[in-house]
Design a protein around this ligand. Structure first.
Ligand SMILES: Cc1cc2nc3c(=O)[nH]c(=O)nc-3n(C[C@H](O)[C@H](O)[C@H](O)COP(=O)(O)OP(=O)(O)OC[C@H]3O[C@@H](n4cnc5c(N)ncnc54)[C@H](O)[C@@H]3O)c2cc1C
Length: 487
């Protein structure tokens, strides 16, 4: 155990070194500033970093990593800190690397349709840049606040408005530039050849060494993100579906028609005002699900044709006994639904804050089962359920999001919600699914079910890339807190 005096001296010498690297204005160890980075709205427990650093260049990040690696200081990267599953909480203390200053749009290629961005570019910034300069192109944008990062969203395998057509956002990365925990730079994709950022193929692909790892294998400093032609015309049809079991058929038919831009289904609690905060029963006449079917095309005629395709599918479903009916919504609501990112009426919070948002990628045929299990488990633990369903990549998988507003100040609610999330996670994996952006607590459930050779390889990769285990403590790997720098 280091003596307190040694720890204090060590703290000051690290602070000086950090200031030398990033500049005094971009380093802090002040309590009130560190506090801001200690938690997020999820049930993840707060941990205060010892230093906050905002680097301004790749070279600074290299130097910071060399210092942290030499001194054995944990490093947790962060942009928006808005995953709602505690992924950017600095569980090991140490340094929070706030990457927001790394906000350059490095290269734009409108013909090959990609943009190279630094790791701090937010979705708000990229959206504005494209709208102002390349209005015929768009990228796959999460329906999240504008302050979340484009790169951080892609590395957590997020999804956007084109994910039904083209896959999740990690599929849309052409290549990465990464500062390894030891300070070296690695480039993946065609960028490794130094000529362009065109494609992830045809080299052996190392991009995956940094996706889904939640910052625990290195700091991604740049990424080439695929862009897509922006449709000139968009519209939406609204449906009510009375029984959850019918949604499997609805999903299978609609996704395979390839007529839809996006399909979003909500449990009744997502559209019924404050019902989502309280454990109330659904009134008989209220449909279990409402569904928005978004359509796009190059002309009004194309949209009208796609509407006919969707309506014919709905008619066929009614003939098969499915209780589904189209309904109208106000022009104002329609406008909000067609915005990218779109407005979700249920993303406000209870008094006391707190929102946890667990995603599960499940086989489409398990949609009804997953939904009902989610309802059963939520009720058992005394929480109202709020489910959001969305098919991905032409329906190869369905994402079910379990969203729980809760009072963070109530320890019983926090404890109950953790047990609830663990139970849903077990069910998800058991039914052949996998968790999306799980918190460190839920990552353990995934790992418990994982093949032993898969686990061995993960450990070897982690050791190879991060030999001193300083990166993003607790993400996928156990971590013992080292207090040697604490004052
Ligand atoms: C209201 C709301 C709605 C949302 N809707 C959607 C949605 O529709 N689709 C969707 O996909 N998501 C959605 N999200 C989640 C949101 O998009 C994520 O928070 C976001 O994608 C992650 O970005 P961030 O900047 O918040 O990441 P952070 O929380 O800052 O980071 C995420 C993870 O990546 C690591 N990391 C960050 N940057 C780097 C880097 N450069 N190198 C290595 N590791 C790094 C962090 O340590 C952390 O583990 C929603 C969130 C909210 C609050």
């Amino acid at each position: 155990m280091p003596r307190k005096e040694d720890a204090r001296q060590n703290h000051h010498s690290v602070l000086e070194s950090l200031e030398k690297i990033a500049g005094k204005n971009f380093v802090t160890d002040r309590r009130e500033e560190r506090y801001y980075y200690s938690s997020d709205p999820s049930v993840g427990e707060a941990h205060t970093p010892e230093f906050v650093v905002l680097p301004g260049s790749v070279e600074e990040i290299q130097e910071l990593m060399r210092l942290a690696n030499r001194e054995g200081i944990p490093v947790t990267p962060r942009v928006g800190g808005m995953t709602l599953s505690g992924l950017a909480i600095p569980y090991g203390g140490g340094i929070i690397l706030d990457l927001k200053r790394m906000d350059k749009i490095v290269e734009m290629n409108k013909d090959s349709m990609y943009v190279v961005v630094e790791c701090g570019v937010t979705i708000g910034r990229l959206k504005t840049y494209l709208e102002e300069n390349y209005p015929n192109l768009w990228f796959s944008m999460p329906h999240a606040p504008p302050s979340v990062g484009v790169v951080s969203n892609a590395l957590i395998q997020g999804a956007g408005q084109v994910s039904l057509g083209y896959g999740v956002n990690s599929d849309m990365i052409n290549g990465l530039e990464v500062v390894l925990p030891t300070g070296q730079i690695l480039r993946t994709g065609t960028c490794a050849l130094g000529k362009s950022w065109l494609s992830k193929y045809c080299l052996p692909d190392f991009t995956g060494l940094f996706l889904g790892w939640f910052g625990s294998t290195g700091i991604i400093t740049k990424a080439s993100i695929q862009l897509w032609p922006k449709p000139g015309f968009r519209d939406v049809l609204f449906y009510k579906i009375y029984k959850i079991d019918s949604t499997v058929e609805v999903f299978l038919k609609l996704t395979k028609s390839e007529a839809c831009e996006d399909i979003c289904m909500f449990s009744w609690t997502g559209t019924s005002g404050k019902e989502r905060f309280h454990l109330t029963e659904k009134p008989e006449e209220v449909p279990e699900i409402t569904m928005d079917v978004l359509l796009n095309g190059k002309s009004r005629e194309e949209i009208e044709y796609k509407k006919r395709v969707v309506r014919r599918i709905a008619e066929d479903l009614v003939r098969e006994g499915v209780q589904i009916e189209e309904y109208a919504r106000s022009p104002q609501i329609k406008k909000g639904v067609l915005m990218v990112p779109r407005i979700f009426p249920f993303m406000d919070l209870l008094q006391g804050g707190g929102a946890e948002y667990l995603g599960c990628y499940i086989p489409p045929e398990m949609t009804g089962t997953a939904y009902k299990k989610g309802v059963e488990i939520a009720k058992k633990h005394g929480f109202q359920y709020l489910h959001f369903l969305r098919p991905l990549r032409t329906g190869h998988a369905v994402c079910i999001l379990h969203i729980f507003p809760f009072n963070k100040g109530d320890p019983n609610q926090v404890k109950g919600l953790i047990s609830l999330l663990e139970e849903i996670s077990e069910e998800c994996v058991t039914m052949g699914g996998v968790l999306w952006k799980p918190s460190p607590t839920l990552q353990k459930i995934v790992l418990k079910h994982a093949d032993s050779e898969y686990l061995n390889l993960m450990k070897k990769i982690k050791k190879l890339l991060d030999p001193n285990g300083i990166m993003a403590p607790r993400q996928w790997m156990p971590y013992k807190v080292n207090n040697s720098h604490r004052t």
